[in-house]
Design a protein around this ligand. Structure first.
Ligand SMILES: [Zn+2]
Length: 326
């Protein structure tokens, strides 16, 4: 067992229950609250409603994957810690487009900053992050010297590795499947002595290649099939469910997480005139209401579903915690 830091305090890894491992409570940009794009009352109301609907379909825990530069709001977490009964695990780390302030920082400095969020609290509150997040996307393609995006992203991965080992927390990676960078990021974590069981390579269900996804799980990592977005077509959702079934049939149910990658509140992709997206209180229910029934109807067992929604997340936290002890 391991202690998992939620926004409301420590929870035992055995008590997390069914978990959505990659969602956003609130997403946007750093500083959005200072330019009138974040109203804590409105966002709290939306988040409480969405989390309650998720709980009604069996989801007890949600991992929030918005670091500071993706609009994380610690004041929101202070409210949610009181007003929602769900477990919410916040993250620190960095999203895409590594802030240029980081260009001159070394691995130790970056890790030290993230460790403050993990150990002391975020944004001047005493609410602590419970996981690390990094994001490798198109930017990784730009490889032109030490300040180019690729070198910066690799530095962030090494800093995340150091912080993860020091604090004993998992690392969640946003990655672009089409560019197949999952193996490279796992190579770096291996070089840095991270137990790959404590790493989730996320957004794997964007991949059209089951062998690529299963290959990441075979190395010991967790694969995040975490984009079951209700706005996609029925055919695309079934393709994504089929990929999850492929991973289960290959024997890696306990190395796979399911999620939507949706936000209870977001200004990203909002209306053309700016501002937040329309409210969707059902943003966290589609995995439970559609994907799991589809999997069960196509040969997955209840034990497989339990291994995926409960066991994989628990193992990720317990492996991370063991790194700290070890
Ligand atoms: Zn996301």
């Amino acid at each position: 067992m391991a202690t998992v830091q939620t926004i409301a305090g420590p929870v035992d890894s055995a008590a997390l229950g069914r978990t959505l491992a990659h969602e956003h409570i609130c997403s946007g940009m750093a500083g959005m609250e200072r330019v009138g794009m974040f109203d804590v009352d409105d966002v709290t109301r939306r988040a409480v409603a969405a989390l309650a609907n998720a709980k009604d379909v069996g989801i007890q825990t949600v991992i929030d994957c918005s670091p500071l530069d993706l609009g994380r709001q610690a004041t929101l977490f202070e409210r949610l810690a009181r007003e929602s009964s769900s477990n919410i695990i916040a993250c620190t780390g960095v999203y895409r487009y590594v802030p240029s302030s980081y260009a001159g920082w070394n691995v130790d400095t970056l890790a030290e900053y993230w460790l403050r969020d993990l150990r002391s609290g975020m944004e001047g509150t005493n609410i602590r992050a419970g996981v690390l997040k990094i994001a490798w996307d198109y930017e990784y393609r730009v490889d032109d010297g030490p300040s180019a995006p690729r070198a910066q992203l690799e530095k962030c991965a090494r800093a995340a590795a150091l912080a993860a080992k020091t604090a004993g927390v998992p690392i969640l990676v946003h990655h672009r499947c089409e560019d197949r960078t999952g193996h490279r990021v796992l190579d770096i974590f291996e070089e840095e002595g991270v137990d790959l069981r404590a790493v989730t390579v996320g957004h794997c269900n964007d991949s059209l290649d089951p062998d690529y996804v299963i290959g990441l799980a075979r190395r010991g990592a967790t694969v995040g099939l975490d984009r079951f977005n209700p706005n996609r077509s029925q055919a695309e959702l079934e393709r994504r469910a089929q990929l999850a079934l492929d991973v289960i049939k290959a024997g890696y149910a306990s190395h796979m997480t399911l999620s939507h990658d949706r936000a209870a509140f977001s200004i990203n992709g909002g209306p053309p005139e700016g501002g937040p997206r329309p409210e969707d209180a059902n943003c966290y229910v589609r995995v439970s209401q559609m994907e799991i029934p589809w999997l069960l109807a196509h040969g997955a067992t209840e034990a497989d579903i339990q291994a995926t929604l409960v066991g994989s997340v628990r193992a990720m936290f317990e492996s991370a915690s063991a790194m700290k002890r070890g």
